[in-house]
Design a protein around this ligand. Structure first.
Ligand code: ADQ
Length: 477
């Protein structure tokens, strides 16, 4: 059926003319030599850098003895310099597992109740940001564009200026922005807000995030918010910054390319084993922001409404364990496994289980084929910057006989995907009804909804995103 897929323009980044070089900064770096097929962000950055030439600065994956000076090693592949930092083990742990993932991540995802704040971890976060600032200062020239990624580097703008970097500085925040009150409650809120003001431009996923960030930062600095068409300007702490919604997209061509390859044997065996049952699919990292307990509870409610359905459908939930060393994730795993066991215990039979929970990772090809053959995709986060799985699910569908996307209104993706069945995942009965509606949806309606969705997913793809981000950096300079 892949023949029925419409032609899409390649998502590869189109080169943008810049005077200097592009310097991308992110925690993780994907080098071509590693031979891995990286996820969305890494391949987007890789494409942009390959087209533009430039430097990618990030962590080497290695830690060094505590108290040692961070070490930078540079290697060049084609036109891209990979500048990789070895960081002291304690600093890295406090920065990454600590302040970034056990504190900022929950706060920014509206889960301040799960946030663990330890002053020493903030000091480690600042030390790692400082190490990145110094490494960047050694390579950045005045005409270069420095493009920083994500919540790991909220202090970097100010530190780069203090290290004498005169380049244009941009931050892209991949995660959602919390309500201003939650931002203000962060012990270091003023310091973070002031540091953010030293970027020239900040990209976020949605218009809502842009408005929230502007309000939070301006509020903390007793500044002003100026709404201009498509961009917000904040003046505070004696600085000015542009904040703009630049929704990230996927590489539609690469995803579809996976569908031309033979179906992986494990997926083939699974499809053969369905035996006429309808397939519902979930693909998420095992993260409390992804709404997994809510999704499973709603599936339980869907089965409880008519237990005979347990023989007619199967929900396959792929949820590889992530950040296992952060305690909230260990609890979540127990909760999700217990719920899955309960649902299968209650509604399963000697021969069939209505729910398959798989906590090991699957490759991109297997996931693409699972998506292509699913009748319903369930993407139900409680908070999510964008959620690329929603876009991938749409891109993987057969245009003549597409599956239905059920999408949480709390995913950034929902801002441009109104043709999905948009739900509030906290409402178990509402979500159960959406599953029912998706399974019963007539072909004509499925096609109409899919046509609207694929049009926006293909138009606002990852190449469009990188080009827009670079144009915004140039405009802000
Ligand atoms: P993530 O929270 O990791 O990313 P998401 O955007 O859904 O979330 O996924 C990123 C990639 O990982 C996708 O390509 C997806 O296919 C893949 N992936 C997710 N779960 C998988 C699984 N179980 N098995 C195999 N592959 C899986 C952060 C933000 C998001 C934002 C992205 C990009 O949290 O909101 O969309 O960055 O900006």
């Amino acid at each position: 059926f892949v023949e029925a897929i419409p032609a899409v323009r390649p998502a590869r980044h189109q080169k943008v003319e810049i005077e200097g070089r592009l310097i991308a900064v992110s925690n993780r770096v994907a080098r071509p030599s590693e031979g891995v097929s990286p996820g969305g962000l890494a391949s987007a950055l890789s494409d942009a850098l390959t087209a533009q030439g430039g430097t990618w600065l990030g962590w080497s994956g290695k830690t060094i003895a505590d108290g040692t000076e961070p070490d930078v090693t540079a290697t060049t592949v084609d036109d891209v310099v990979y500048s990789l930092l070895d960081l002291p083990a304690d600093d890295y742990r406090g920065f990454y597992e600590g302040y970034a993932n056990a504190f900022l991540w929950p706060v920014f995802h509206g889960r301040s109740d799960l946030a663990v704040h330890r002053p020493a971890e903030f000091r480690a976060y600042a030390a790692v940001n400082r190490a990145y600032a110094e490494a960047t200062a050694r390579i950045a020239g005045p005409d270069d564009l420095v493009w920083v990624h994500d919540y790991h580097f909220l202090l970097l703008g100010k530190m780069l200026r203090e290290a004498g970097v005169g380049s244009t500085l941009g931050l892209f925040l991949h995660i959602p922005v919390p309500e201003p009150a939650a931002f203000r409650a962060v012990p270091e809120a003023r310091r973070l807000a002031e540091a953010l003001m030293h970027f020239d431009t900040i990209g976020v996923q949605t218009a809502r995030d842009a408005a929230r960030l502007a309000e939070a930062v301006a509020g903390l600095g007793e500044g002003v918010v100026l709404n201009r068409p498509g961009v917000i300007e904040v003046r505070a702490f004696g600085e000015r910054v542009r904040i703009k919604a630049l929704p990230i997209g996927i590489d539609v061509g690469a995803l579809r390319g996976e569908l031309y390859a033979p179906t992986p044997p494990e997926v083939r065996a699974y499809l053969d084993g369905l035996g006429g049952r309808r397939a519902i699919l979930g693909v998420d990292r095992l993260d409390y922001s992804k709404g997994l307990p809510e999704k499973l509870a709603a599936f339980g409610a869907f089965l409880a409404a008519d237990p005979a359905r347990a023989d007619e459908v199967v929900l396959t939930q792929i949820a590889p364990i992530s950040r296992g060393s952060v305690s909230a994730y260990a609890h979540l795993r127990q909760e999700v496994e217990a719920l899955a066991g309960r649902i299968n215990g209650e509604f399963g039979s000697l021969s069939r289980h209505p729910l398959q929970l798989l906590t090991r990772p699957y490759g991109r090809r297997a996931v693409a084929h699972l998506m292509a053959h699913a009748d319903v995709g369930l993407v139900t986060p409680l908070a999510d910057g964008m959620n690329l799985v929603a876009k991938e699910f749409v891109a993987a569908q057969d245009v003549d006989d597409p599956g239905v996307l059920v999408l949480s209104r709390f995913a950034g993706a929902a801002e441009a995907m109104e043709a999905a069945l948009v739900v509030d995942p906290r409402d178990a009965d509402g979500l159960a009804s959406a599953i029912e509606r998706a399974l019963a949806m007539p072909l004509r309606e499925r096609r109409e909804r899919h046509r609207a969705l694929i049009a926006s997913v293909a138009r606002d793809d990852v190449g469009h995103w990188t080009t827009q981000c670079l144009e915004e950096l140039i405009a802000a300079g």
